[in-house]
Design a protein around this ligand. Structure first.
Ligand code: ATP
Length: 199
């Protein structure tokens, strides 16, 4: 799976439709302060289903819509599309090219599409689950997140490392299984008591 292109329109500082094609060998995006580098990363997180306006440096989700500039009126719609080369079918989709789109209108209406077909947020989330590119994944690490890792307690840092290594979900499964085992043991003791009483 390869990221092919990102199209941004009406999202944050990108009032006009802007297409970024991720050609082989492209490793970074540079630009002066305030030119919109972080907005590009936020557009990627947003199209993948980010639900926290705060994590996108806003207070409400409609803050991502272009709010106007000195010589430009605000817009009423933000739209981001991300296209992946899925010829290896790494994403669980029959399509060799997958295009995910998210739209948000100023009245709060929103819409997700996968290859042009309207879908639910949960379809987008499940498409990227366990691919390392979901909205909660560590493929995208914001500046604040780096600081949070440095300042976190050793136990919390361990949890982060476990999540990255893919161990965390197994630990959670283990905890759940142990709890179920405990409950089953209690039931078994109760059954044994009843059997003893009957004998
Ligand atoms: P730095 O290098 O300082 O981190 P950057 O290149 O990452 O900067 P961004 O933080 O992506 O820059 O962009 C900030 C710019 O985006 C600001 O000029 C801000 O006014 C603009 N901006 C953010 N949200 C909106 C919005 N909803 N409408 C219009 N402009 C916006």
């Amino acid at each position: 799976m390869k990221l092919k292109a990102l199209e941004i329109s009406g999202f944050k500082s990108f009032a006009d439709k802007t297409k970024i094609e991720f050609m082989p060998g492209m490793t970074g995006i540079v630009g002066p302060n305030g030119s919109g580098k972080s907005n590009i990363i936020e557009a990627i997180r947003w199209v993948l289903g980010e639900q926290s306006a705060r994590d996108l440096r806003g207070t409400k989700m409609t803050d991502v819509i272009f709010a106007g500039a000195a010589n430009r009126k605000p817009l009423n719609r933000a739209e981001v599309s991300m296209t992946f080369d899925n010829s290896d079918h790494y994403l669980k989709s029959d399509y060799a090219e997958v295009r995910v789109t998210r739209r948000l209108f100023r009245n709060g209406e929103s819409e997700y599409r996968i290859n042009g077909n309207q879908c639910r947020l949960r379809d987008v989330v499940s498409l990227f689950m366990d691919t390392g590119l979901g909205r909660e994944s560590f493929s995208i690490i914001s500046q604040g997140r780096v600081e949070a890792v440095f300042n976190s307690k050793p136990e919390d840092r361990r949890t982060i490392i476990e999540e990255v290594a893919g161990v965390y979900k197994y630990k959670q499964n283990k905890d759940k299984a142990e709890k179920e085992l405990g409950t089953t043991r209690e039931y078994l003791n109760r059954v044994n008591d009843i059997i003893a009483e009957l004998e």
